[in-house]
Design a protein around this ligand. Sequence first.
Ligand SMILES: NC(=O)c1ccc[n+]([C@@H]2O[C@H](COP(=O)([O-])OP(=O)(O)OC[C@H]3O[C@@H](n4cnc5c(N)ncnc54)[C@H](OP(=O)(O)O)[C@@H]3O)[C@@H](O)[C@H]2O)c1
Length: 391
Amino acid sequence: MRKKAISILGSTGSIGVNTLEVVRMHAERFSVVSLAAGNNIPLLKEQIEEFRPSFVSVADSGAASALKNAVSVNVEVGFGAEGASRAAAFDGVDMCVSAISGAAGLVPTMAAIRAGVDIALANKETLVLAGPLVMEEVRKRNVKFLPVDSEHSAVYQSMAGHRPEDIKRVILTASGGPFLRTSMADFAGITPKEALCHPKWKMGRKITIDSATLINKGLEVIEARWLFDVPPDKISVVIHPQSIVHSMVEYIDGSIMAQMGNPDMKGPIAYALSWPERIDSGTKALGLSGLSLEFLDPDPERFPCLGLAYEALKRGGTSAAVLNAADEVAVSMFLEGSLPFTGICAVIGEVMDSVGHREIRSMEDVLDADREAREAARALAARMHSSLHAK
Ligand SMILES: NC(=O)c1ccc[n+]([C@@H]2O[C@H](COP(=O)([O-])OP(=O)(O)OC[C@H]3O[C@@H](n4cnc5c(N)ncnc54)[C@H](OP(=O)(O)O)[C@@H]3O)[C@@H](O)[C@H]2O)c1
């Protein structure tokens, strides 16, 4: 069997490391052609020495020099968005695992699609920012586009063998994060350390904070809207604290198809890498006896960010790109201690109103909206910070 040649964007992150674990388990099936990461040079060096890619890219020229000095094996090194795009679609790559965090994932993922490379998509921001453009390109280039997000992988699996016209509703599950039962009076005082303690999933810092505010589920609603071509009013969210049912699809005959398993990202990663076959993912088998599953409606007062994502879909155009950029800025300011937890949602809502939105005709429209929203979010968060400290 010819090995599937893969590129991994974000190889030093949580999804990247899990992907390499799956690759390591199935060395007879997969080869790593190229990697892209940011600044974690020690881990990238280890990955290069073990997996021997032909090309790697890092965040910037400084990181590229540091990497060249650190590695002893022969590898070509690039940097920046151009380097990541080259890694994504490097010569001979069959599938690109898109797992850079944030909006920085969009350009290299689009580069891979345009080169006709199949995609395993973890970087939900690609679809949040530019869903219609991305899906149009996916169809035009006839590439396979497989979700890695566990919810979307579950929906994809629950849709297999069914007709789209028979779908009544896509139901995304959410764990509810660490503050599902915290008194809302305590929300303003939530610290980054508390918000980084996710009860079920081990993930990167940005998505962990997004799971605590539930904006992550909002981003997933937007992702599902474009990935499955389902209108927003047919996508609902249910809180499921056990994180065993990864998502569901309800059909017009009243049946609900669900995908279950222990919460471990190696499951959806292995599924995307090996589709349409299944391979051992290394995920611990789910014991059924004594299993108890709970489902609750999300409380809009506790999780106002979720409503903002539906609002972004309603407004359309660049609105979701604006929401995402404002969230990225707000989360990084929260993590560095200059914005309260409750400020995250406030910044997103205000930036969506102040920046507004326009039609998406090209990638430039999306990237301009992203830049404008970041500037507005930084200015607003700084104003909130100084007014809090003036009190
Ligand atoms: N973690 C999960 O379980 C999970 C589940 C579903 C979906 N996702 C999605 O998958 C994506 C990655 O999440 P994660 O949790 O794996 O994030 P993470 O642990 O923070 O890793 C992010 C990766 O992206 C790299 N990176 C960041 N900015 C970059 C840039 N400008 N250029 C090149 N590389 C850059 C980082 O490099 P350095 O560390 O070297 O700087 C790292 O390799 C996100 O879109 C997230 O929403 C994650």
